[in-house]
Unconditional design. Structure first.
Length: 153
């Protein structure tokens, strides 16, 4: 009886895992779209602000903890050699956020400079081929730094 329940649970889990992965990717896409819409709503001429009015996004507009890092790591894994400016334009993140995050990830050893410019995952071989899948590389990074990248993997 328990073996049958275990087999059924394992089979069902195998069936829904791709859907879970897709749901995570869709949440990230929606977060990027939301950040872009909030940024578009905030854009107005400097003279339009009153004294003391902040240009910061509302508190609810912040990305989930680790979401920017995960987004950057996945994009770099898919496109080795991508620059911080390209990451910013692709994801909709602010250039300063991307630049500081990329700098931090390089300092922690998750990213490195690419031979032809831009950055790549530190897990890439010298030939530029992935040493492991992007998901595995991101999981490796998360294992190295669980507090900083708790939502990765």
């Amino acid at each position: 009886m328990l073996d049958e329940i275990r087999r059924t649970a394992e089979r069902r889990l195998r069936q829904i895992e791709p859907l879970i992965d897709e749901a995570e990717r869709l949440r990230e896409v929606l977060a990027v779209i939301e950040r872009r819409s909030v940024a578009a709503e905030r854009v107005r001429p400097r003279t339009g602000r009153t004294r003391g009015e902040s240009m910061r996004a509302p508190a609810g507009a912040r990305a989930a903890k680790g979401a920017n890092k995960r987004l950057i790591l996945e994009l770099v894994g898919e496109r080795p050699g991508i620059t911080a400016a390209e990451i910013a334009s692709t994801t909709g993140l602010k250039r300063t956020v991307v630049a500081s995050t990329v700098s931090r990830l390089k300092r922690y050893g998750e990213l490195r400079d690419h031979e032809q410019g831009g950055v790549c995952l530190a897990a890439l071989t010298s030939a530029g081929a992935p040493a492991q899948s992007t998901r595995a590389a991101v999981a490796t990074v998360a294992a190295k730094h669980p507090r900083r990248l708790a939502t990765v993997a």
